[in-house]
Unconditional design. Sequence first.
Length: 436
Amino acid sequence: METRTRWTILWFLVAISVVRSMDAVNFSVAAQQIMPEYGLSNVQMGLLYTVFTAGYALFHVPGGWLGDRVGPRWMLTLAVVWWSAFTAVTAVAGSWWLAGLIGPLGSFMVVRFLVGMGEGAAYPNSTRAVASWMAPNERAFAGGLVLGSIGIGYGLAPPVVSWIMVHYGWRPAFYVFGFVGLIVAVLWYYFATDRPEDHPRVSPLELQRIRSDSQTLEQQPTPWRAIFTHPNVWLLMLANFGFGYGVYIYQSWFYLYLVNVRGFSIMQGGWLTTGPFIALTILGPIGGKCSDALAKRYGVTWGRRAVAVSGLFLAAVCLYLGAHAENPYTAVIMLSLGDGFLYFAGAAGVGTVIDIAGAHSGTVYGVTVTATQIGGAVAPVLTPYIAEHLGWEFALQFAGLLALFSSFVWLFIDAAKKIIPRVEKQDVGEQLVVAR
């Protein structure tokens, strides 16, 4: 009888993703009370957001590499414990001993950087766990489900943090979030293993399904040269830049766009800002499911490529139509779908990383998604500059053009071309180099 332990592992990864997303945005919600208490300006709060993003981006590659080396069970446990602990420390960051040395702002900067650093290891290691645990025709769906759960976390955090702030103040919110993260980390460590072969609940039939493509995922030396000379890696980085630029517009400017440009009230804007999060929660897994189905029927090259190209193209169309729409509610619907279709394509990207990288999925995911964070760093700064000089309509169109560019890049990404490391062996004094 086939067991379904791999799906339990997947739901744990979803839970970790939800916790990470909530911890990523809780500070921006609590800023309403933090700023006046410590006299922080908008510019200083922007600096705190930046240092968090820097920590998050910088630890993608080392976090993914460590996951490939020591396994995603240990690394995800450590990452969740790390960022949850510093999430809790955020509650006292403005008044503890470090604040006495470098001031409240400097103390918050250090703590937020450390939170981001821990969170940077989350998705590379989740991708590595998906590579180890999911069957070949389930990997993009699993990746899309983990990515889609970002929307759940982003949608839940504002009302939860706001409720705690109203009733108990902003500090208890960080204690609660930190405690929840620690519980999830303990449960993950207790249940998970790095390989399905090592899990007592995995039946031979389930293991056969997971390993049906005979892909080896044993620990191997990291083939850095092969990774950085592989065309798929650079093409994925190019495509991910446009993806990251688009999604970070929604995270940084969508609410203010709805209120200041489209004329919605503060409360209306708050509710309508959840539109993109709902769309990505739904369309992320759908994109993965479509990619897996097409890959099974037509091969991984077209199975991944078709979904990524169509998703990014539809995102560009939705951004264009949303920017031009006269009716503000039509604009919200189209722009929300634009974010959803970006994640629709993103699920195929996760599947492609696993297809080409195998045992090095954490490292390669970290490398390629670093470009997403670069795009995400550019978008919050460039978008208002374009809007001020050329108008918001063109600012959103530019994001659509980048999505269209990413769609074009995906025409050249071939998930069937794997990263094959050079393996050196000594045989009777002779060095044999096996390479493909």
